[in-house]
Design a protein around this ligand. Structure first.
Ligand code: MG
Length: 443
């Protein structure tokens, strides 16, 4: 991006301020202006959501506009299963809350917005808060003329090492998929045998024969999944070698004691990590798991509240914390989680699926670059439409994610184009999974 593009893309005023063109204001403004090397004080004038689905996934981005014409920030507030609820939280509550406030004081804004609902730590309000929080970091970076990672202390590494997803319904498909990913340069590969819980291996769905539940509900028995997963690790290690790092997501699909048993049996295949062995409601099982196996554990994509992660980190019960950054309230929270993790040698593995907007992926990557205890990042591939709607998306090369070096998060949003990809009519409910007798399985 050259200087002219930068000024066009990131606000004339911001770029002008960055380049020292703005004249100091009078009185109180003059003192502020001196402290900020010529930048005028700015107020928030509007907070709104932009909903778009260029890849069919419901993305929610918050745009914070300021009293400087053309200067705005973007933050990720994507909650794929409840986007309209997040939009109401932003447009009906955070907008009136934030209007007229100073753009500079991110932490103060976060603390007050967090408690403005009195009740807190839920996924809807946390996502809304993340949108505001990340947008303010984006604005601060644009005002400073620096990428956000610079504001967080600069780089600890040249790029962000990522894992990719490989899978298939049979072992040969998985092997081929892993080999192709290795050829593309990935050193870390997550392997799944079919969908989460390998439902295709569960032949008997008695609830369907009995007419229980909906015809579209999927069926998952415990034993075929456990047996099939062990077979998969054995096959991939035998055919793809010992060097590649292998990851796997249990996705909370089996009872805790079964997950512990599976982790013990996978130990000999040296997984890089096993993800989400338990549902968040079963955090108490981690102590038992730790006493049984030294398999590295990654946990946390469903976490909303500090009560869920603080104990797991401080008691050294997990190895990777992989919260969904918008789900926990934004970059400001995630950097504190990273700092907490540093003292206990718990590394990061931020959740990075398709239902994080490119702004959110950039926020993940900026934090990944700046923290010492980075572990690994879940990678994503953006389709062409997504890259057009969000100019400046992070890019992948040889298993590394790269950000562009533009100020802020470096990702913009073309609102006109975004409007051409409205949310799907399907509300996006998580698809029910049942045991063969019809019992609902928690995802
Ligand atoms: Mg997961």
């Amino acid at each position: 991006m050259d200087r002219r593009d930068m000024m066009k893309g990131f606000g004339l005023g911001a770029a002008a301020g960055m380049l020292g063109f703005l004249k100091p204001a009078r009185g109180e403004d003059a003192a502020y202006s001196k402290a900020t090397k010529g930048l005028p004080p700015l107020k928030i004038t509007k907070v709104k959501t932009i909903l778009t689905a260029p890849a069919g996934i419901r993305l929610c981005v918050v745009k914070v506009e300021t009293s400087e014409p053309g200067l705005y920030g973007l933050g990720c507030a994507t909650f794929n299963q409840r986007p309209l609820t997040v939009a109401a939280a932003v447009n009906e509550y955070l907008d009136p809350f934030a209007r007229g406030r100073d753009v500079d004081n991110i932490e103060d804004m976060w603390q007050n917005a967090y408690t403005s609902s009195y009740w807190r730590n839920g996924p809807v309000l946390n996502n809304a808060l993340s949108g505001l929080d990340q947008a303010l970091w984006d604005i601060k970076g644009k005002r400073a003329g620096m990428p956000v990672y610079q504001l967080l202390g600069g780089k600890c590494r040249f790029a962000v090492d990522c894992y990719t997803h490989c899978g298939g319904n049979d072992l040969k498909q998985i092997e081929d998929s892993v080999k192709r990913a290795m050829e593309r340069g990935f050193r870390h590969i997550r392997i799944q045998r079919g969908g989460y819980g390998s439902p295709h291996l569960s032949k008997q769905a008695d609830f369907k024969d009995a007419g229980f539940g909906l015809p579209s509900d999927s069926n998952m028995a415990i034993r075929p999944y456990v047996k099939g997963t062990i077979e998969m690790f054995e096959h991939v290690r035998a055919t793809c070698g010992d060097e590649v790092e292998l990851l796997h997501d249990i996705h909370e699909r089996i009872p805790p004691i079964e997950a512990i048993n599976l982790c013990k049996q996978l130990e000999k295949y040296r997984p890089f990590f096993i993800e989400d062995p338990f549902a968040p409601e079963d955090n108490g099982y981690f102590k038992i798991l730790r006493q049984q196996t030294c398999v590295p554990i990654a946990m946390g994509e469903l976490f909303n509240s500090p009560h869920e992660w603080v104990g797991l980190i401080s008691e050294r019960l997990i190895d990777f914390i992989r919260v969904h950054i918008s789900q926990v309230g934004g970059l400001s929270v995630a950097r504190k989680i990273a700092t907490l993790g540093e003292w206990f040698n718990v590394r990061s593995a931020w959740h990075g699926p398709g239902d994080v907007s490119p702004v959110g992926h950039a926020a993940n990557a900026h934090l990944d670059l700046a923290i010492w205890n980075f572990g690994i990042q879940e990678s994503v591939t953006f389709n062409d439409r997504t890259r057009e709607v969000f100019p400046g998306c992070p890019t992948m090369d040889k298993g590394y994610m790269h950000i562009n070096e533009a100020p802020g998060f470096g990702v913009d949003l073309n609102e006109e184009l975004a409007a051409k990809f409205p949310l799907p009519e399907d509300p996006g409910f998580w698809r029910p999974v049942r045991r063969p007798d019809g019992t609902a399985v928690r995802p």
